[in-house]
Ligand binder design. Structure first.
Ligand code: PLP
Length: 374
C-alpha cells in the first residue's frame, strides 16, 4: 500500500515503540500505586511530562495528558463554558468537529456561538476575530493549521487580539505538532495528539496556562492534579514524549523531505491531469498537504478506485448514518459545490518515498481517466 493519509494518522515509529514496551511488560504498574511497580510507572510519567513541557515551552504542571485531540478540544471549550456559566464563543468554521460539535452542544445550554468564516484560501484573519469579539466573549478557537487543506493560521496575531480583549484562546495544534513551532506563549491552551507524529493512537496532551478560568471535564481520581480522572497510560505518555522529541529534532529534515515529495506530486498532478485544482492557500500551508479537486469527478469515487489500486487517501466529507455530507471546511471557504464534491486530500509523511509518490500520481492519472471515460 502507498499510504498518503498521514494527516489522518501516522505509523508508529519503531524507536517510540521500543521506549513504550517496558511499560507494557515489566513496569506495568498503575502510576497511582504506592509500591515500586507503581513508582516506576509514575517516574516515567514525570519524565514524559517534563520532556513534553520543555518542548511545548511551558511548566510541567501546565501539561495534562488526555486521550487525544478530540478530548483536548472538548475540555478547552466545555471547560471554559462550565467555568463561566454563560457567554459568547468564537469558533472558526474550519475547526475539527471536536470544537464545532462541542460548540453546538453548548449552544443547547444557551451559550451564543459565532462560527467564523475563513477567506476563500482557507485562512481565518485576526481582524475577523477582533470584529467578532463581543463584551461577553469568553472563548475563541482557531486552529494552528487545518486538517483538510493544511492552511496555516495567523495564531500569533489571533493570540494577541484575544489576550488584549481578555478572551481565552484555544489553539488546536494537532496538525502542526512536529511540523511548526508551538504557539504556547500566544494562547491559553493548546492540544496535540501523538498518533499524528508517529506516536501511539488514543493519547494526547494539552497545555493549559496556569491560572486559567477553566473547569475539568472528567471527574474521578486525583490523576492529572485532579483535573482529569482516570488511570494514566504510562506507556503512551512515554511514547508521546519520545515521538514529540523525535519530531522536533527531525523537524527541519522531515519538512524539507516532505515538502519536496508534496511539491513533486502537485506539479505532476496539476500539469498532467486536466481540471485538477489545488484547494487552500498555495504558500501558507503545511509541507505535507495537497488537497486537490478534480473537475467532473466525485471525490468518494476517486478514493475508492485509488484504494482498489493500493493508494490510501481521504476526502473531507463526513460519513454519518450511511449518508455522505460535503466537507464543512471547503464549504466554509465558499468553494462551489462541484469543487467541494470532487476534492481529495493527499498527505505525505516521513516514511513516504519519491518512487511511491511518483507511482501514486501515475495511478491517480489512470483513475481519473477511467472515471471520465467509463
Ligand atoms: N484536531 C485536528 C485538527 C485533527 O486533525 C484531529 C484528528 O484528525 C483531531 C483534532 C482529533 O484528534 P484525535 O484523533 O486524537 O481525537
Amino acid at each position: 500500500m502507498i499510504y498518503l493519509d498521514n494527516a489522518a494518522t501516522t505509523p508508529l515509529d519503531e524507536a517510540v515503540l521500543n521506549k513504550m514496551l517496558p511499560f507494557m511488560r515489566q513496569s506495568f504498574g498503575n502510576p497511582q500505586s504506592q509500591h515500586s511497580a507503581g513508582r516506576a510507572a509514575a517516574n516515567a510519567v514525570i519524565s514524559a511530562r517534563d520532556k513534553t513541557a520543555q518542548i511545548l515551552g511551558c511548566k510541567s504542571e501546565e501539561v495534562y495528558f488526555v486521550s487525544g485531540g478530540t478530548e483536548a478540544g472538548n475540555t478547552a471549550l466545555k471547560g471554559v463554558c462550565a467555568a463561566h456559566g454563560n457567554g459568547h464563543l468564537i469558533v472558526s468554521a474550519i475547526e475539527h468537529p471536536a470544537l464545532i460539535e462541542s460548540a453546538k452542544d453548548m449552544q443547547k445550554f444557551g451559550f451564543e456561538i459565532t462560527f467564523l468564516k475563513p477567506n476563500s484560501r482557507g485562512i481565518v484573519s485576526a481582524e475577523s476575530v477582533s470584529a467578532a469579539i463581543r463584551p461577553n466573549t469568553i472563548f475563541c478557537a482557531v486552529m494552528a493549521a487545518n486538517n483538510e487543506v493544511g492552511t496555516i493560521q495567523p495564531v500569533k496575531e489571533i493570540g494577541k487580539v484575544c489576550k488584549a480583549r481578555g478572551v481565552f484562546y484555544y489553539c488546536d495544534c494537532v496538525q502542526t505538532a512536529g511540523a511548526l513551532p508551538f504557539p504556547t506563549e500566544h494562547c491559553n491552551a493548546l492540544g496535540i495528539s501523538s498518533h499524528k507524529f508517529y506516536g501511539p493512537r488514543g493519547f494526547g496532551a494539552m497545555f493549559i496556562k496556569n491560572g486559567s478560568k477553566i473547569n475539568r471535564l472528567i471527574s474521578g481520581g486525583m490523576q492529572e492534579r485532579g483535573f482529569r480522572g482516570g488511570t494514566l497510560n504510562a506507556a503512551a505518555a512515554v511514547g508521546l514524549a519520545e515521538a514529540l522529541e523525535i519530531a522536533v529534532n527531525e523537524r527541519e529534515q522531515n519538512n524539507k523531505k516532505i515538502t519536496a515529495l508534496r511539491n513533486g506530486f502537485l506539479k505532476k498532478v496539476l500539469t498532467e491531469i486536466d481540471g485538477a485544482e489545488l484547494n487552500g492557500d498555495e504558500f501558507l500551508r503545511l509541507p505535507s498537504n495537497a488537497n486537490i479537486s478534480f473537475k467532473g469527478c466525485d471525490g468518494e469515487n476517486i478514493l475508492f478506485l485509488l484504494d482498489l489500486n493500493g493508494v490510501a487517501v481521504s476526502t473531507g466529507s463526513a460519513c454519518s448514518a450511511g449518508a455522505v455530507s460535503p466537507s464543512h471546511v471547503l464549504t466554509a471557504m465558499g468553494l462551489p459545490a462541484d469543487r467541494v464534491k470532487s476534492a481529495v486530500r493527499f498527505t505525505f509523511g516521513k516514511y513516504n518515498t519519491e518512487d511511491e509518490v511518483f507511482a501514486a500520481a501515475e495511478i491517480l492519472k489512470k483513475v481519473i481517466k477511467k472515471i471520465k471515460n467509463p
